[in-house]
Design a binder for this molecule. Structure first.
Ligand SMILES: Nc1ncnc2c1ncn2[C@@H]1O[C@H](COP(=O)(O)OP(=O)(O)O)[C@@H](O)[C@H]1O
Ligand SMILES: [Mg+2]
Length: 400
């Protein structure tokens, strides 16, 4: 393990696995009626996990199941009801369920999450931590999960909303409550838009909604600024290597204020004042025209000094991989948060063999558990004995 990989002063150059904080690993996962899996149980030995098999076999579905063990809607951002297995006739099962054993150092934790539908089509989700019913968000106390999927390939050239979702996902891994603030903000914003559209709304009602939006937005801006700062520090501390360094920056008025040290309560008041001032304009536009729901993430390819959207597709993919690895590093370095699990869907296939080997070395140096998928098992040869391999075929998984 090279000392540079985690050189940030906190960890000495003498660092090896024994001296580091223990890492979170998935040791068992079971799926019931989840996507194309009727029933699956995998026992893991704590190494990295490689899933290989034909297209449509269920590799991403299995990774998606893992990603559900953290706050939010997982790596496809799917509705919970879409995860219910449908049989060959398209008939959905009544419920899906996931359970997992997680090892954090020498502590074992049990996580579970399920969705049950009744005859009226209502559905109820249940999360449990060590057998005790809890909120799904609390799973974030045990598992922090970040991922890279083929759908993210165009994140730098796509609409700002895609980058914002990417950003917020990285932020959520640092601050599990970030997603809750985001949901509260969106909900209040929809209600405000509807009230404005209807016209003649009670100003006190608008005031209340806008105050709710302002307090969520100020927290979101602060979380974003703090997470981006940790990511940027981790990027700059990375050794030069297979994945180029990015310069990242937030494009949002309130994030800039938070970065400049403006107090949270002052930002909150400014946002509330802006919303109130914008009422006529927002009413005319039919939407909330300004706010943290418009923030963008600016990314520059460090070595080239070029905005990411002007880089080649290959360069953009490498940049994205570097960003995810850096955020993993940033998460590993946090003192009071569980270490992250990394899910890399179809990420190995488009790398040349040197970069692939560099990726596997870097994942091993990070120290946690990474999950990877690919169509061919030879993609993972350079892992040697550092990974467990599973063949996925029509919703059946076998160690191979
Ligand atoms: N709710 C569901 N019920 C049953 N099958 C599903 C469901 N959702 C997706 N699938 C099936 O899962 C398969 C895709 O699995 P996926 O994990 O994406 O494959 P890959 O191995 O290529 O990553 C498709 O055949 C799709 O029809
Ligand atoms: Mg897939």
């Amino acid at each position: 393990m090279t000392p540079e990989v985690h050189a940030r002063g906190k960890v000495s150059a003498m660092t090896d696995l024994e001296h580091r904080r223990p890492h979170v690993r998935l040791m068992r996962i079971a799926l019931q009626d989840f996507r194309n899996y009727a029933w699956l149980q995998l026992h893991l030995d704590g190494r990295h996990v490689c899933l290989y098999g034909a297209n449509g076999a269920g590799k991403t579905n299995l990774m998606e199941a893992v990603s559900m063990l953290s706050p939010g809607r997982g790596l496809r951002g799917a509705e919970f009801t879409d995860l219910i297995r449908r049989d060959a006739e398209g008939q959905p099962a009544r419920r899906w369920a996931l359970s997992a054993d997680v090892r954090d150092g020498d502590i074992d934790r049990k996580l579970s999450l399920s969705l049950e539908r009744d005859d009226e089509g209502r559905s109820k989700r249940t999360a449990r931590l060590d057998g005790v019913t809890t909120a799904q968000n609390d799973l974030g106390e045990v598992m922090r999960i970040i991922w890279l999927t083929p759908a993210m390939d165009r994140v730098f050239v796509g609409p700002a909303g895609d980058r914002r979702r990417f950003l917020d996902r990285q932020v959520m891994a640092h601050f599990p409550s970030h997603g809750t603030f985001g949901a509260a903000y969106e909900k209040a914003m929809r209600q405000r838009n509807a009230l404005l559209e209807r016209g003649g709304a009670d100003p006190a009602w608008l005031d209340a909604l806008e105050l709710g939006m302002a307090s969520a937005a100020a927290a979101m801006a602060t979380h974003r600024v703090d997470a981006v700062k940790m990511m940027q520090e981790a990027i700059l501390a990375r050794p030069e290597g297979a994945f180029p360094k990015a310069l990242i920056d937030l494009d949002g008025v309130f994030e800039t204020e938070a970065a400049n040290g403006v107090a949270l309560t002052d930002i909150e008041q400014e946002i509330a004042a802006q919303l109130r001032k914008n009422r006529p304009r927002d009413q005319a536009a039919g939407r909330t025209t300004q706010g943290v729901h418009r923030t963008d993430l600016r990314v520059i390819h460090g070595p080239k000094g070029l905005p990411a959207d002007q880089c080649s597709t290959g360069e953009q993919k490498a940049l994205l991989m570097g960003l995810i690895l850096s955020n993993a590093q940033a998460l590993f370095e946090r003192d009071f948060a569980p270490s992250p699990l990394l899910l890399l869907d179809e990420a190995a296939a488009h790398l040349d063999s040197d970069r692939r080997a560099a990726l596997y070395d870097e994942l091993t140096a990070l120290g946690g558990q990474a999950w990877l998928t690919g169509t061919d098992h030879s993609l993972f040869d350079a892992f040697g004995d550092r990974a467990q391999r599973f063949e996925v075929s029509h919703g059946v998984v076998q160690e191979g």
